[in-house]
Design a protein. Structure first.
Length: 753
């Protein structure tokens, strides 16, 4: 309601339902029959017609046009006083995109004291809908997941577009304005407007209620392959076996480790190694054949749990009491202060595992007959036997390897289950997983936590302990492709500005001298400049005493052309830091597992200093590259200069049209585009002579309601949460993978780039 008296408004518009979505919504203004109770202002925008117009669906709305300008806008405010929305839950607006394409609408809700709520709305083309903007900051993370369900959605038969991400703050009893704007449109853009108002209904709760079905799928969507009955799972599982048998028989000739035969030969060392020949880097199998690592990350039956405690209403059907599938409940606590988990709710308590429950749905019946073995291959194997009732990790592991090999893969990427390694059918890689109570440095990004302080003796001890554990019983394992030093450390902050590029150095100098990295940095500067006078001259500052640098909160100056030593010193420290980090790991691994490769640090954000140090101490550089092609993910001219083999340790292409709500880091518009995107990425990787393999992330789709670790809920997988492969996608992936040996099995001379 309006804070100060507007009796005409109350007599005409109080409690008018807005689009019939909920009886608790109140209209403040109808754009079709406007009154003077709301002040309407515009900037570089206008109502081109005095009258409203009917839509194809029969609704009457009024056109508003934003012109091509910097930020054309429509502003709504009370004629007098402020609006008191203290008892309301959301701002509501009936609207329709009048264009044939989606537009991005920016919504600002302001209160008299200067506080602002902001939301960015992707307004699709199509019929009218009711836009609802919550009157408090929120995001899908508040519901425990990375991304929310597709919008608009249908509630009680009406299209509702819920703004799922709202930032800022609002004093609800002093709301002074609502502004709609576009950001720099290059041509006029129009929307159609109906009624503007507020709602006290908990529409967010209704939007998320009953979102996930008994198989872990999105209830309100439909797509090819969606499971509606348990028998579909069983029938599909039986039908898949014949296809796998045929595909496995069509693999190219290879040795038992997956090295391709029929091309150039190399010296056999009994372990995986690298070699550069005629301008191209190769991985070499233990038997001396060229090996291009086509891998899949997280091939696991144990990473698909999702928290249900506290949000049980989100799930349409969960097992109760002593029901058989109640065996797939568990307890965990994923709370952390890392950037990946910041702001997330529902991050501890009881979870349910839809994937393993679906395996039981699929395979719980006895087999009618034993399955025949494959035709002879260099690595004879049989299709996984039909399982006994319930989940069988041995059967699951064999079946998963059957799939991967049938689809043209030859490697198990990071975080894959030990049960797969035990099959001795596919090379594998593992992380060193260093953790401990050593000091850390924040770069402001800290997605998985702060940077380990390699100058801290406790880091060396933790690295030694982790490496000793990781290499135990693997020192002489020829199936081991290699070890990853870590994963996506925060070597810098996002962005290219100096504070981001040198975030590690700046963050270190802000700390106190009880942090070993701070002492190492100060020693490096002291050795170079001797005293505060030398440093002051080089950096263009007035440092009165060296001890002032030892205080916490010291802020170094930004690099400048006038004082080039600033940037040089920041770079020198970051190189020393990276050298110390990678050398510590490399020295320990050389002692514990001298026959195996150190596969680098799986860079997501990196600095030239970190990459150069990795190239010096590791056998392979590894990057998680989420881009249309590898060359767009990093400066490959700089990488070529390092002359080091490179592994793409993660890439993917996801979409939002198969259940899970997040399209991943590299998103395509629809499922049908994922296969061509994979093929294009692999083709461009093969054109780069330094790249020795690519690893897809990941085997399974993530739970639509969010994984335990951080709430990620992406459609990224080769396989759905129902254990059904995405058939069109795996066919495209298989075709691209099977073409790889034809390109690499050439004579050494022809292998020149």
């Amino acid at each position: 309601m309006i804070r100060r008296s507007l009796p005409l408004f109350f007599s005409l518009f109080c409690a008018v339902p807005l689009g019939a979505v909920a009886a608790s919504q109140t209209t403040l203004l109808s754009f079709v029959k406007p009154t003077d109770v709301v002040k309407v202002d515009s900037s570089a925008a206008s109502f081109p017609e005095l009258t409203a117009e009917p839509t194809p669906e029969g609704e009457v709305l009024r056109r508003f046009t934003f012109t091509a300008a910097k930020q054309p806008s429509l502003r709504l405010s009370p004629q007098k006083g402020d609006w008191d929305w203290s008892q309301q839950g959301a701002m509501s607006l009936r609207l329709q995109n009048a264009m044939d394409w989606a537009i991005t609408l920016h919504v600002r809700i302001e209160s008299r004291d200067g506080k602002v709520l902001y939301s960015r709305i992707d307004l699709p083309a199509g019929p009218a809908q009711t836009l609802l903007v919550p009157l408090a900051a929120t995001s899908p993370l508040a519901r425990g997941m990375r991304a929310g369900p597709p919008m608009p959605m249908t509630l009680q038969g009406h299209r509702v577009l819920l703004a799922e991400t709202v930032s800022g703050e609002l004093t609800r009893d002093k709301v002074s304005a609502v502004t709609l704007s576009l950001d720099n449109p290059d041509s006029p853009q129009s929307i159609l407007l109906g009624r503007f108002g507020v709602s006290d209904d908990d529409l967010q709760a209704r939007a998320y209620s009953g979102l996930i079905d008994a198989w872990g799928q999105y209830t309100r969507g439909q797509w090819p392959g969606k499971i509606e009955q348990e028998q579909q799972l069983r029938s599909a599982a039986q039908g898949e076996r014949e296809q796998l048998k045929a595909w496995l028989g069509e693999r190219p000739a290879q040795d038992k480790f997956g090295g391709w035969q029929g091309g150039a030969s190399f010296e056999a060392s009994g372990f995986f190694r690298t070699e550069k020949r005629d301008g191209r880097w190769y991985l070499v199998s233990p038997e001396g054949n060229p090996f291009y690592s086509l891998g899949v990350n997280a091939v696991s039956a144990w990473q698909s749990q999702t928290y249900v405690e506290g949000r049980e209403d989100m799930f349409a059907s969960l097992p109760k009491g002593s029901e058989t599938l109640s065996a797939y409940y568990g307890e965990r606590d994923s709370r952390s202060s890392s950037g990946a988990n910041r702001g997330r709710a529902f991050d501890h308590g009881r979870w349910f595992d839809f994937y393993r429950a679906n395996l039981q749905h699929s395979y719980a019946e006895p087999c009618p007959a034993a399955q025949p073995p494959l035709a002879a291959t260099p690595a004879p194997a049989e299709l996984a036997p039909c399982p006994p009732p319930g989940f069988d990790d041995v059967r699951w592991a064999q079946h998963s390897i059957d799939r991967l090999q049938a689809w043209g893969f030859n490697s198990l990427g990071n975080w894959s289950d030990d049960s797969l390694v035990a099959t001795r059918r596919m090379p594998y890689s593992i992380p060193l997983s260093i953790s401990g109570d050593y000091a850390t440095i924040s770069t402001g990004h800290d997605w998985w936590g702060g940077m380990p302080d390699p100058f801290d003796p406790r880091f060396a001890m933790a690295a030694e302990r982790a490496i000793a554990i990781a290499t135990r019983d693997r020192r002489d394992d020829p199936w081991l492709l290699g070890f990853f030093a870590d994963n996506e450390l925060a070597w810098a902050a996002p962005g290219s500005e100096p504070h981001a590029r040198y975030a590690l150095a700046y963050g270190t100098l802000r700390l106190s001298t009880d942090v070993p990295a701070k002492r190492a940095f100060l020693k490096q500067l002291r050795d170079k400049y001797r005293n505060e006078s030398g440093l002051s001259k080089a950096w263009g500052i007035q440092l009165k005493a060296w001890e002032l640098m030892e205080d916490p909160g010291f802020e170094a100056p930004l690099p400048s052309a006038e004082y080039p030593q600033i940037e040089k010193d920041l770079q020198d420290f970051q190189r020393l830091f990276a050298d110390t980090y990678f050398k510590t790991i490399a020295d320990s691994l050389e002692w514990h597992a001298p026959n195996h490769l150190l596969l680098g640090g799986r860079f997501a954000i990196a600095t030239p200093e970190a990459v150069a140090a990795c190239a010096q101490y590791c056998d392979v550089l590894s990057f998680n590259l989420y881009s249309a092609e590898p060359q767009q993910g990093y400066d490959f001219a700089a990488l070529r200069a390092l002359d080091k083999p490179l592994l793409v340790s993660e890439f993917h292409f996801g979409s939002r049209d198969r259940g899970p709500f997040w399209g991943g880091v590299s998103e395509v518009a629809r499922e049908e585009e994922r296969g061509p995107a994979y093929a294009r990425f692999l083709k461009r990787a093969l054109e780069e002579p330094a790249i020795v393999g690519v690893h897809w992330f990941q085997y399974l789709d993530q739970p639509a309601s969010g994984r335990l670790l951080d709430g990620e809920n992406g459609h990224l997988g080769l396989v759905a949460i129902t254990d059904r492969p995405w058939q069109g996608f795996v066919e495209a992936v298989r075709a691209a993978n099977l073409a790889v040996p034809k390109q690499l099995l050439v004579s050494p001379v022809a292998a020149k780039p």
